[in-house]
Design a protein around this ligand. Structure first.
Ligand code: UD1
Length: 366
């Protein structure tokens, strides 16, 4: 009997982590029977469906359609839906990815039904409990049975937390599998023509963290800095719905100098990959983009006080500035004047992570 594996995804950063694993598992039909469950945490076409199409992921077998809500309500909705499904039909293993609310919700339900859990991208820690993702990471890791680790810090953190060594598996970064698989297709994206910009002559930016966009004063000061940086090199800003909504709520849209800071709709995977791969500099508060720029060796400034992905700083091209606008400005000006940080590709970020995971699972199930 093939082993039944339920892979749970919910939000944009999950999709590029699940796609290579789904594809790899489907190569072994007699051994594994994967089923894809989408919570519906992200539901906008540009945050969800587009990624399924571009990553050539099969449509979800089950769609929960939970949508947006407060953390507690969103998490609870995912939990009640999943409990219903797994009470009737428990899989042999639940696989969760990253650190979004859907990840933790699925892990809690599986643990209470005594279903084994594998966490892909385990062990990352910002040590900052004000980030909802940190809570999701800590809880998920604590109750997982197999911890698939993407970078050395993951191993160190989990060892320090006392997780038994036989649960820890350093497989590398699965998001880089997706990047490698799609880089050629991304190079054919016409996004630069559509935006009428030239390779190497713009900054690509993303920003959606509550710490940066949920407070009017902070957001307003950041806009002032982006206007200044963007005068030296234009900033292209595919804007997350949370940020867009807050710009409108706080009446800050008029503060934007459109020649310096160009807001556009969220981009699909291939367009954004091309945009970041040919940027002079990337400004972000995302987790995954710190990793993608490290692989692409594009200078990256992370507008956060910490990172749960320290290998991108120790080995890669990433710099952490914090959220002080003056520090962001200083770092951006340095980078634009040619003082850029170059880096290397971390160990096992080689496009073979999904293969290593499936190889491990084959042995795990004997
Ligand atoms: C979530 C993840 C975050 C990840 C980000 C990537 C958690 C705790 N956070 O944050 O780690 O970096 O996704 O995008 O899981 N919205 C839409 N359309 C959608 C989804 C959301 O308009 O399809 C709007 C809604 O107003 C919603 C808000 O965005 O209230 C926030 O969405 P939510 O999924 O709660 O968190 P993100 O900020 O997207």
């Amino acid at each position: 009997m093939p082993k039944k594996l339920d892979l749970v995804v919910g939000a944009r950063p999950n999709f590029m982590k699940a796609a290579p694993l789904v594809a790899e598992l489907k190569k072994h039909p007699g051994i594994f029977e994967p089923r894809l469950i989408h919570s519906g945490q992200h539901y906008d076409k540009k945050l969800s469906q587009l990624f399924f199409e571009e990553l050539k992921m099969p449509q979800p077998d089950i769609y929960l359609g939970v949508g947006s809500a407060s953390h507690a309500v969103q998490t609870a909705r995912i939990m009640t839906e999943l409990e219903d499904i797994w009470m009737k039909e428990p899989p042999d293993l639940v696989i969760v990815f990253g650190d979004v609310n859907s990840t933790m919700a699925a892990a809690i339900v599986a643990a209470k039904l005594c279903i084994e859990i594998a966490h892909v991208e385990a062990g990352l820690r910002s040590f900052d409990n004000t980030m909802p993702e940190e809570i999701n990471r800590v809880v998920t890791d604590r109750i997982s049975d197999i911890l698939f680790i993407s970078e050395p810090s993951g191993m160190t953190n989990l060892e320090a937390e006392g997780v038994p060594e036989n649960k820890l598996v350093f497989v590398g970064n699965i998001m880089i599998d997706s990047l490698i698989n799609h880089l050629e297709a991304a190079r054919k994206s016409d996004i630069l023509d559509r935006l009428e910009i030239k390779s190497g002559e713009y900054i690509a930016m993303t920003m959606h963290r509550p710490a940066n966009v949920d407070n009017a004063d902070i957001l307003s000061h950041l806009l002032e800095v982006f206007n200044r940086i963007g005068k030296q090199c234009p900033i292209i800003f595919p804007c997350h719905p949370r940020t867009k909504k807050n710009l409108e709520t706080f009446a800050l849209t008029d503060k934007i100098d459109p020649a310096a800071l160009r807001l556009i709709e969220p981009l699909g995977y291939l367009d954004f990959l091309r945009l970041q791969s040919e940027a002079k500099l990337v400004l972000t508060d995302s987790g995954g983009i710190q990793e993608e720029t490290t692989y692409l060796n594009i200078p990256c400034i992370t507008m956060r006080e910490n990172t749960e992905r320290p290998v991108t700083v120790d080995v890669g091209s990433n710099i952490i500035t914090g959220v002080d606008p003056a520090k962001i400005l200083e770092a951006a000006e340095k980078s634009l004047s040619g003082e850029t940080k170059s880096g290397q590709v971390p160990e096992k970020w080689d496009g073979k992570t999904a293969y290593r995971i499936v190889d491990y699972l084959s042995e795990y199930f004997g």
